[in-house]
Design a protein around this ligand. Structure first.
Ligand SMILES: Cc1cc2nc3c(=O)[nH]c(=O)nc-3n(C[C@H](O)[C@H](O)[C@H](O)COP(=O)(O)OP(=O)(O)OC[C@H]3O[C@@H](n4cnc5c(N)ncnc54)[C@H](O)[C@@H]3O)c2cc1C
Length: 386
């Protein structure tokens, strides 16, 4: 069968592009080097019958009705608001930092009228606010920074917060109220039947073929398509010609605890200062599954392994820009997603970027091009990739 578009990667970015293009009548082949669909959001039932996220906990949240509506075609939802506690000095306190975090930590009795005065007293103003350390110290001062952020960041990224862009710490701002939800987005839900079921439905279309266990680079020569939507690491596409872009990886240690109704009080407990792992997630909170036992995962950050996180720092952004310049010259390829755009995207942001990328691909192929030369190798088209 002819292939109009080859989509490399069956995660959120690839699956959304594939579905949008298939809906426009294009023949799409989706490949993934892993043996399953869903990318890092893939979920599956473990040996004990518990639904787990093999690549770490994935909580869906978005402020975009468009993205929520788009995904709602492929799943029903279960309301879920994620809560995180941090284990500090023998007690569990809410994260992001809120009034209760400060009160419990320092034995105070602050409320919504006095918490900002407290932050104003302890904060160390920084100008400019360039790094993650600047963001936190500027907002809540050195002691809270050292208690919650410094060591956690060193574990998570292998870097001191002073070496990371401001954007990393800006993701979890301190609160001046009692809100203990980790996210404040308007739509906070989990796919009712899990992510993999959502992906199965999204990729189930007469114009989409899926081949898993297929590495693009091993089969590049024989995979003919008129356009490629690439969602893997951007530096790999160009044979690392400018050097390797750093991606942070993780080792996941999954454990099942039989006959344990509950391991911890909330979905995730962070360990900023103890242990080599950063956090423990207990899946039953997130999925709502009833089971006599419970399954948890510990995350150990590391440099080697599958690329999970682009590392946001200025020199990496500069290197990425050089690859981005190459990508923009590839008129027969579009680069989208966390790895290809080297962006610390959440799932909803990947969906948004992929919806946009599908429009680029359609423009690049053009209406006329859709009816011609189906098996020919890729030809340069009018519009540039992302
Ligand atoms: C531990 C962890 C927790 C997270 N938690 C959340 C969360 O709670 N909420 C949230 O919104 N987001 C979360 N994210 C982010 C989320 O995983 C991403 O935003 C999203 O899954 C990225 O989708 P993607 O399709 O761009 O990339 P991926 O999911 O990485 O998919 C890319 C796919 O491309 C494939 N691929 C790569 N190279 C090749 C090749 N050469 N040939 C064939 N296939 C290839 C890969 O195998 C992979 O399956 C988390 C990420 C991690 C790592």
């Amino acid at each position: 069968m002819k292939t109009d578009v080859l989509v490399v990667g069956a995660g959120f970015s690839g699956a959304v592009v594939a579905r949008q293009l298939a809906a426009q009548g294009l023949q799409v082949l989706v490949i993934d080097k892993r043996t399953h669909i869903g990318g890092n959001a893939h979920d599956r039932t473990d040996a004990h019958g518990v639904l787990v996220h093999p690549y770490g906990p994935h909580i869906f949240h978005t402020n975009s009705l468009r993205i929520f509506d788009f995904l709602s075609q492929f799943t029903a939802w279960r309301p879920y608001e994620h809560r995180v506690l941090a284990s500090v000095d023998g007690q569990l306190v809410p994260l992001p930092i809120n009034i209760d975090t400060v009160n419990r930590l320092y034995g105070l009795d602050l409320d919504e009228t006095t918490i900002q005065d407290f932050f104003d007293r302890v904060r160390e103003p920084r100008d400019p606010v360039a790094t993650s350390e600047d963001v936190v110290v500027n907002a809540v001062g050195r002691d809270l920074y050292e208690t919650f952020f410094r060591n956690y960041t060193r574990k998570q990224w292998g870097l001191d917060p002073s070496e990371l862009s401001a954007s990393v710490a800006a993701r979890v701002p301190a609160r001046t109220n009692h809100d203990d939800r980790y996210f404040t987005d308007r739509y906070q839900y989990m796919p009712r039947d899990g992510y993999t079921a959502l992906f199965e439905r999204m990729l189930s279309h007469p114009n989409i073929r899926v081949e898993v266990g297929m590495d693009f680079f091993r089969h590049r020569g024989r995979l003919k398509a008129r356009h490629i939507a690439y969602t893997g690491p951007v530096d790999a596409f160009f044979d690392h010609c400018h050097g390797r872009l750093p991606y942070r990886s993780l080792r996941f240690e999954h454990e099942h605890l039989p006959d344990t109704p509950r391991f911890q009080p909330v979905g995730a407990v962070n360990y900023p200062n103890e242990h080599a792992f950063t956090r423990i997630t207990e899946f039953r909170h997130i999925t709502g599954q009833a089971h006599s036992g419970t399954s948890i995962v510990r995350e150990y950050p590391q440099d080697e392994g599958d690329p999970y996180y682009p590392v946001p720092r200025p020199e990496n952004e500069r290197l990425f820009k050089r690859y981005d310049a190459l990508a923009r010259q590839e008129h027969d390829a579009t680069f989208v997603g966390r790895l290809a755009q080297y962006r610390y995207y959440n799932m909803d942001q990947c969906v948004g970027a992929a919806l946009k990328a599908a429009e680029y691909v359609l423009a690049a192929l053009g209406r006329d091009a859709m009816d011609t030369a189906p098996d020919a190798p890729v030809q340069p088209a009018a519009a540039s990739g992302m």
